[in-house]
Design a protein around this ligand. Structure first.
Ligand code: FES
Length: 115
């Protein structure tokens, strides 16, 4: 069975086989998700959030629940552990380096407007 997953904020969607990890689906969609452990639930860099309470993702496994230490209550999942089994939408946080550059550029633009 194939299922669709959409990644926010880009809005990119991809059809994958049910049981595919969110991380692998993101790679297929060309959506970058940071990882250092390559999907071994060790680096905790692949956090994504579910903007809607309805989820097409598998329930947390014990390892993911332990690693998230309560963050799962706010909809956070590890992309390398969560698997897609139905229509799903997940939000990928902005890369921290990109976010810092974007903020710096916005500050610079504001300063330029003052002159
Ligand atoms: S890729 Fe490292 S924890 Fe998910």
């Amino acid at each position: 069975m194939n299922v669709e997953i959409t990644f926010l904020p880009s809005g990119r969607s991809v059809i994958v086989r049910a049981g595919t990890t969110v991380l692998d689906a993101a790679r297929k969609a060309g959506v970058p998700i940071r990882t250092r452990c390559d999907g071994k639930a060790a680096c905790l860099m692949c956090k994504v959030t579910m903007p809607h309470s309805s989820s097409g993702l598998t329930p947390l496994n014990d390892n993911e629940r332990r690693k998230l230490a309560g963050l799962d209550r706010s909809g956070t999942r590890l992309a390398c552990q969560a698997r897609v089994f139905g229509r799903a939408v997940v939000e990928v946080p902005e890369d921290p380096f990109r976010a810092a550059v974007r903020k710096q550029m916005m500050r610079q633009a504001e300063d330029d407007e003052l002159w």
